[in-house]
Ligand binder design. Structure first.
Ligand code: GLN
Length: 303
């Protein structure tokens, strides 16, 4: 395939539209499953435009430096590096998050967890001055920051075991204007939070079962942090510990929101029951897969 650096039709300049068409075909041939979208995301960011503005500039020719820089980006994407790492950011819950190596790229299906947690806060704690939330394994801070940004009563304590990741999460909270209500702690799951009480806990913990790694897309398997994905032999190592510890730090009416691997619904339901949660609601994502487990109905510690 001819690379855009060597223009096969020298009389036709590489315009935005032409380069997008070429790149979509090229990325499709490399197995990228959203080639046109990614071609647009990489170019819009490079030119400092939104994707809509890109559409209004289809005839704009690219200068040599822009072409060279774009070509570098396309090469990386063709090697299946996620676009979010190439441009260093990803939109989640209509907010723009900085993303870097070591941070899981926030997924659209995780927005479902935020929807449900915000709804729970609205239904159960309306009028409360302060709703206390914990976020376990915060990564980029996507859950913590989007909860705080969408309900001014919510205060979040967010935990991650990786100090590198926490630097990015802190920057996200600051840039998105919620650093007065989101605090970050380095540590393992609930460990830094014992002794405190929360109305809700959210967690998108590593839950991929070890044997499933072989079948994962190269974007995930080869570029995303295994620390944020690997849930051990059956995928439930961290979720098991979180469900066991949560009753100690949740109020009686509180809830634990977990993102889950689609096969884990029954397993999580059983874990919940064993640890004193009377009710588990499993919510499906847009693909029809079990994606979020909501654990409620904690029996109050017997008096
Ligand atoms: N949803 C991610 C994936 O399947 C996994 C995220 C996680 O382990 N929490 O790629």
């Amino acid at each position: 395939m001819t690379s855009p650096a060597r223009n096969p039709h020298p009389n036709e300049p590489w315009t935005v539209l032409r380069i997008l068409r070429w790149t979509s075909g090229y990325l499709a041939g490399r197995g990228v499953d959203s080639p046109r979208l990614d071609a647009e995301v990489l170019l819009a960011d490079l030119l400092g435009l939104t994707r809509v503005q890109l559409y209004l500039n289809f005839d704009r020719p690219l200068i040599q430096e822009e072409l060279a820089a774009y070509r570098e980006r396309v090469k990386r994407r063709a090697r299946r590096e996620p676009a979010a790492y190439i441009i260093g950011k990803k939109e989640f819950y209509s907010l723009e998050f900085e993303i870097g190596p070591g941070v899981l790229v926030p997924r659209p299906e995780t927005e479902l967890l935020v929807d449900r947690a915000l709804e729970f806060a609205r239904l159960h704690y309306a009028g409360d001055d302060e709703i206390l939330a914990a976020d376990l394994g915060t990564g980029s801070g996507a859950l913590a920051v989007s909860l705080a940004a969408n309900n001014p009563a919510i205060r979040v304590r967010a935990v991650d075991i990786s100090p590198e990741v926490l630097k990015i999460a802190r920057r996200n909270a600051r840039r998105l204007g919620v650093d007065d209500r989101v605090e970050f702690f380095e540590g393992d799951l609930l460990t830094p939070l014992f002794g405190q009480v929360f109305h809700l806990i959210v967690a998108n913990l590593p839950y991929v079962p070890k044997p499933a790694f072989a079948d994962m897309a190269p974007e995930v398997r080869d570029y995303e942090p295994h620390l944020a994905l690997d849930g051990g032999a059956d995928g439930l190592d961290l979720i098991r510990r979180a469900v066991a510890g949560a009753p100690e730090v949740l109020t009686g009416g509180g809830a634990l929101f977990l993102e889950i691997w689609p096969d884990h619904g029954p397993g999580v339901r059983e874990l919940a029951r064993q640890n004193g949660f009377a009710e588990t609601t499993i919510v499906k994502d847009l693909a029809g897969l079990d994606r979020v487990a909501i654990l409620t109905g904690l029996r109050q510690a017997s008096a």
